[in-house]
Design a protein. Structure first.
Length: 343
């Protein structure tokens, strides 16, 4: 009630990025206040009985996590833990700091309970962020999502080296690492979802170390089934530990938002309820390919208990939310946990 009646109207009176920055600031301040953390735990925490999961050597007190994109710089995990998340994924982080794309670059689609963003991987850079996380005292798993620095001059071997630097820095502090392969890796705007590029990337990461951190790969929701199967085959040849499905979409075909509004917004990745069905389909494909051999984190359009259960039924072992909280607030975490089957 607090979110829907007071906080949401206040935030929605601001543009999407300003509201996001304010939410991150509130969460950061909460992380630094024992009193505010206590209030968060009282309002949103708990209810983890029977929900514990164990994957790739990590214990998740519950399977509901914060998706990458909300906290790019790793300033809110303590607050996210107090709000009841079972794990947190920060980032994407990149080897070099980046300001991202010109503003405006984030837009709400209220009719579709969705967002479009073209933030451009704005973050403080791997060095600053991982140094910050070294002093973090967290009791839930911390994931770090890595991507290529948003610089069109970095491509080819240099792009792989860019990823590898972020991977090595993340490995110092993360419980697991997610390799985000749906960001441009060349001046021509290609992505690592090209099989040859993915092969080169995974070959260039230090994946043969015996003490490597669990490593996951995150796919785009727009990946065709045949292409996804090829990508999974490559990932499996490098013993990738799990998969995140999915990232945002460039498809606008199922939106109810009017065409003029979408034209004014322009390019960007679509997230939220509008991609729920497509994301769930991709999870089903992954489950078909993997036959339960590797864990899948389901993300994309989870905005109520039923959409979370849809992901589980399709084959997801863990869940992540972000856009759903924009529209529903942190109470969504509790709603989902209440509906999940208990062990």
């Amino acid at each position: 009630m607090l979110y829907s009646t007071i906080l949401k109207p206040y935030l929605f009176n601001k543009d999407a990025e300003s509201a996001h920055e304010l939410a991150v600031d509130w969460a950061q301040r909460t992380s630094q206040s024992a009193a505010l953390l206590s209030i968060c735990r009282m309002m949103y925490g708990g209810n983890d009985a029977g929900l514990r999961k164990e994957y790739f050597g990590l214990t998740f007190p519950n399977p509901v996590g914060l998706a990458a994109g909300f906290d790019k710089n790793g300033v809110t995990p303590i607050a996210m833990q107090a709000m009841g998340f079972g794990f947190v994924e920060i980032g994407s982080i990149t080897a070099k700091a980046a300001e991202g794309n010109p503003k405006p670059r984030a837009f709400r689609l209220p009719e579709d309970h969705s967002l479009i963003n073209r933030m451009g991987l704005n973050n403080e850079g791997a060095d600053v962020i991982t140094d910050r996380l070294k002093t973090l005292n967290l009791s839930i798993p911390l994931g770090i999502n890595i991507a290529k620095t948003n610089d069109a001059t970095i491509h080819g071997d240099a792009a792989v080296e860019d990823y590898a630097y972020s991977y090595q820095k993340a490995a110092e502090v993360a419980d697991y690492i997610t390799v985000n392969i749906s960001c441009p890796n060349t001046g021509e705007g290609k992505t690592f979802e090209n099989p040859a590029a993915l092969e080169a990337l995974l070959k260039g990461l230090p994946l043969n170390q015996n003490d490597r951190k669990p490593t996951l790969v995150k796919f785009s929701v727009d990946t065709a089934k045949s292409d996804l199967e090829k990508l999974v085959e490559i990932c499996e040849s490098y013993s990738i530990d799990g998969y995140v499905a999915t990232n945002t979409s460039s498809d606008r075909s199922e939106l109810t938002t009017d065409a003029d509004t979408l034209t004014k917004i322009g390019n960007g990745g679509l997230s939220g309820a509008a991609i729920h069905k497509k994301s769930t389909k991709v999870i089903g494909w992954l489950n078909e390919f993997l036959q339960g051999k590797k864990p899948i984190i389901g993300v994309g359009g989870i905005n109520n208990a039923q959409s979370a259960l849809d992901k589980i039924e399709a084959g997801a072992n863990l869940l992540q939310i972000y856009t759903g909280m924009v529209y529903k607030g942190p109470g969504l975490i509790k709603e989902i946990k209440k509906a999940l089957p208990k062990q």
